[in-house]
Design a protein around this ligand. Structure first.
Ligand code: ZN
Ligand code: ZN
Length: 365
């Protein structure tokens, strides 16, 4: 294949600026990338042109002397200028390409090559059981959370005290393995050392060489008043510590609320059944009931109250998690029918029935 002029390859004028060259390369390399249907040949050509035209010194040499210094032979056949490995142009710089491509090519070899040292700690989740009243009042409590912490024996290095990690023999300490060759070389993290460039010959016995140990650690969490069953609270920065200066993860606390003898929750509303006798329902009465906030509330049961009648006592429910104030206390009247009448009571009821002489089923005949 006849070597084309680098400016022609990138489709830019000879006086094009650095930005213009970068843009042209970005556009064309997306178009011709092997992962998106382009040919490797074309992609190599683009890279070669870009490697030269994007480096001011190399570009100046190219402008002055042309493609091969002295004009003889293809790259690699002795025409290399001093300091240019392999007689051609340096292998693709993955760091640079990685920046250029961003996440456009997820399968592109450069992605894993760079090690990001700082790492955010993991998020942790903990399930916390609370009494009904605790959930209403809020509580400050300690939860034992299993966190991975720096090993005290090896100070996090992972090597047995008195020994130290050595340079990885597989990658020569660089952390990367080169695959392919020449201009189309890719590098990937070294599988032996995981990209760190160091291997531990005598691992620390306390952490088995991991540099970290799992430890139960009490963490104080302030549970706000009004949490609900299954609610999830986030405590920022209380998860696992980050690595190499990275931020700590978050701690999520899922609240489980134990059953109360007579209250149930519906968000910020509290529900309860209130048993009333036949007579109370028929004649009406006033009943003092305990509210969830510890106060007593007087509730008027009207004359002729039906079973299931709902009474709403405003602002006597659970504290609202969002906003202020409290939900309502919803009281449902439950008319109870006696099951243990003696002979005299039965006789009284029969007399009562005959004095009524009513027909409650007139409409369904
Ligand atoms: Zn250790
Ligand atoms: Zn290695």
């Amino acid at each position: 294949m006849a070597a084309r002029d680098f400016y022609e390859v990138l489709g830019v004028k000879r006086d094009a600026g650095a930005d213009e060259i970068k843009k042209a390369f970005r556009r064309l390399s997306r178009k011709h990338h092997p992962d998106t249907g382009g040919t490797e040949e074309k992609f190599k050509e683009l890279n070669e042109a870009y490697q030269v035209l994007s480096a001011p010194e190399k570009r100046a040499q190219y402008d002055q002397y042309g493609r091969y210094f002295g004009g003889e032979g293809p790259p690699g056949a002795g025409g290399a200028p001093p300091g240019w490995p392999g007689g051609g142009y340096s292998p693709v710089d993955m760091g640079d390409l990685g920046d250029l491509f961003g996440n456009v090519f997820s399968g592109f070899g450069g992605g894993g090559a760079r090690q990001s040292a700082a790492r955010r700690g993991s998020d942790l989740t903990y399930e916390l059981s609370l009494d009904f009243d605790e959930a209403l009042a809020g509580v400050s409590t300690k939860v034992d959370v299993q966190r991975s912490e720096r090993c005290a024996t090896c100070k996090g290095g992972g090597a047995k005290p008195g020994t130290s990690a050595t340079s990885c023999p597989a990658c020569g300490g660089t952390g990367h393995i080169q695959t392919g060759g020449g201009m189309f070389a890719f590098s990937r993290p070294c599988p032996r050392c995981g990209g760190s460039g160091r291997v531990i010959e005598s691992p620390c016995s306390a952490c088995k060489g991991k540099g970290a140990v799992l430890r139960m650690k009490p963490v104080t969490v302030n549970v706000p008043a009004g949490v609900t069953d299954g609610g999830k609270l986030r405590f920022k920065g209380k998860g696992e510590p980050g690595a190499a200066g990275g931020p700590a993860g978050d701690l999520y606390v899922v609240t489980r609320i134990r059953k109360h003898p007579f209250y149930t929750r519906d968000g910020a509303d509290v529900l309860m059944d209130l048993p009333v006798t036949l007579t109370e329902a028929a004649l009406g009465t006033e009943i003092t009931i305990p509210a969830p906030d510890g106060t007593k509330v007087k509730l008027k049961i009207a004359e002729g109250t039906q079973d299931g009648k709902l009474h709403r006592i405003s602002g006597k429910g659970a504290p609202k998690l969002k906003g202020s104030g409290r939900g309502d206390l919803k009281v449902k009247a439950r008319v109870t029918v006696p099951t243990d009448l003696d002979a005299e009571q039965k006789e009284l009821l029969r007399r009562f029935e005959s004095s009524r002489g009513e027909d409650v089923r007139a409409h369904i005949k």
